[in-house]
Design a protein around this ligand. Sequence first.
Ligand SMILES: [Zn+2]
Length: 81
Amino acid sequence: MTRLRDLTRQRFGGLTVVAYTGSSRWLCRCDCGRDCIRTYKSLHLDSQHACDEKLELELSIQLSIAKESERNKMIVSIKKF
Ligand SMILES: [Zn+2]
């Protein structure tokens, strides 16, 4: 059993860990302002600026869907007025 280390606010290359998202994955903010999700392992392997890598993780897709639906809601509310 390995205990999960709290990586919040720690920096890995150009990435700063923002929050734990579950399933050993961390939400990270890049110096360029983009968010990405990294596993503990990939944070330690990638010491360079790496937010541009393909985000194959389901969680990142879920996040973008959430943002998309928020945008749609905004458009809908604008149309009403
Ligand atoms: Zn970046």
